[in-house]
Design a binder for this molecule. Structure first.
Ligand SMILES: Nc1nc2c(ncn2[C@@H]2O[C@H](COP(=O)(O)OP(=O)(O)OP(=O)(O)O)[C@@H](O)[C@H]2O)c(=O)[nH]1
Ligand SMILES: [Mg+2]
Length: 322
């Protein structure tokens, strides 16, 4: 492994310095180029952490579960990193404070690093920042990364595409199994959690999900991995059967490690390269070629936007391949 200068920010990150980690994550969040520059010397250390994403409808108990899971993992001395992605979405309506308070329970523990991340205006920016934050935590020596997102939009879907194990959390009542299937949320599940098993309707929900999994309905991600998502009934609030979830994550991990984890992760990195490259390219082309002025002129002349876009693309490509 290459030697990293211990006095540099990268060096402090490798040593697990929380201040260095916090700074890098802030840069990641702001799209600051210093992030890439500081992570690069330590890049060979990325890949040791296991990344689990917890998603599901608003109020399903995701934050409570992440908190309980962190506690369980701490009991086995794992270093845990928690990233609450976009906790200020309109769906959660100010849940950030509640999340923070619940997570406070863990924050006095030096083995737990907690961070929340609000969504940015730019498209795909949230997923990029979340992946970067995970990479930084990975380099800092965190063993288990837990990401929480509300599973609704494309940005959240993109975040989930970038983790190793996706835990879809449902509960009886609003946002139950049928709703979840309609919303396509089961599609990304590696593990299905029926939370709030202490309240009525939980057994019914678990049975519905078993039927859905048996019929291989809407579980595209797991099917691609040759994996059948287990259904874990638990109560995050009461701390019942959290170990069942830890075990399910462990089984999924073992399955992937046997069946091509490296390949899966590499495919995700290729996708990351594609996005970053297209973003750079788009900005440079748009900035350099006077394209904005050309677009304005064509639109002022009454041309339809798709025609204008196509003409400008053709112009750029001619320039690239004369
Ligand atoms: N009865 C019961 N209630 C629970 C359980 N787990 C969580 N809750 C409650 O469900 C409510 C929502 O929990 P959260 O953990 O904030 O849910 P969330 O999915 O993070 O919510 P958002 O982030 O707002 O989407 C809270 O009032 C919790 O106390 C459980 O196992 N049983
Ligand atoms: Mg929450």
């Amino acid at each position: 492994m290459p030697v990293v200068d211990p006095s540099s920010l990268s060096g402090r990150l490798v040593a697990g310095d929380r201040g260095a980690l916090a700074r890098l994550i802030s840069w990641a969040e702001n799209g600051d180029p210093r992030f890439a520059a500081e992570l690069a010397p330590a890049w060979s250390r990325v890949g040791r952490a296991w990344r689990s994403g917890v998603t599901g409808p608003p109020g399903a108990g995701k934050s409570t579960l992440v908190n309980a899971l962190a506690g369980r993992l701490r009991a086995t001395d794992k270093r845990v990193g928690i990233l609450a992605v976009d906790p200020t979405s309109p769906f959660t309506g100010g849940a950030l404070l509640g999340d923070r308070i619940r997570m406070e329970e863990r924050s006095s523990d030096p083995g737990v690093f907690i961070r929340s991340m609000a969504s940015r205006g730019s498209h795909g920016g949230l997923a990029r920042a979340a992946i970067d934050a995970c990479d930084a935590m990975d380099v800092a020596g965190i063993d288990e990364i837990l990401l929480e997102t509300v599973g609704v939009g494309q940005a959240e879907f993109d975040v989930m595409s970038a983790v190793d194990t996706v835990i879809v959390t449902l509960c009886p009542g609003a946002g139950d199994g049928v709703q979840a299937m309609k919303a396509g949320i089961l599609e990304v599940a590696d593990v299905l959690v029926v939370n709030k098993c202490d309240i009525a309707g939980a057994d019914r929900l678990a049975t519905d999900l078993e039927d859905a999994v048996a019929a291989r309905l809407s579980i595209a991600r797991a099917a691609k991995q040759g994996w059948q998502p287990p259904i874990v009934s638990l109560s995050a609030a009461l701390g019942n059967n959290i170990e069942g979830l830890v075990e399910a994550i462990g089984r999924h991990r073992a399955h992937l490690e046997r069946s091509g984890l490296d390949q899966l992760r590499r495919a995700r990195r290729v996708e990351q390269v594609r996005r970053v490259m297209l973003e750079h390219l788009g900005e440079r082309l748009w900035g350099a070629g006077g394209l904005r002025e050309l677009a304005e002129r064509a639109l002022a002349a009454g041309d339809p936007p798709y025609d204008v876009a196509e003409r400008l693309a053709a112009r750029v490509l001619r320039g690239a391949n004369p």
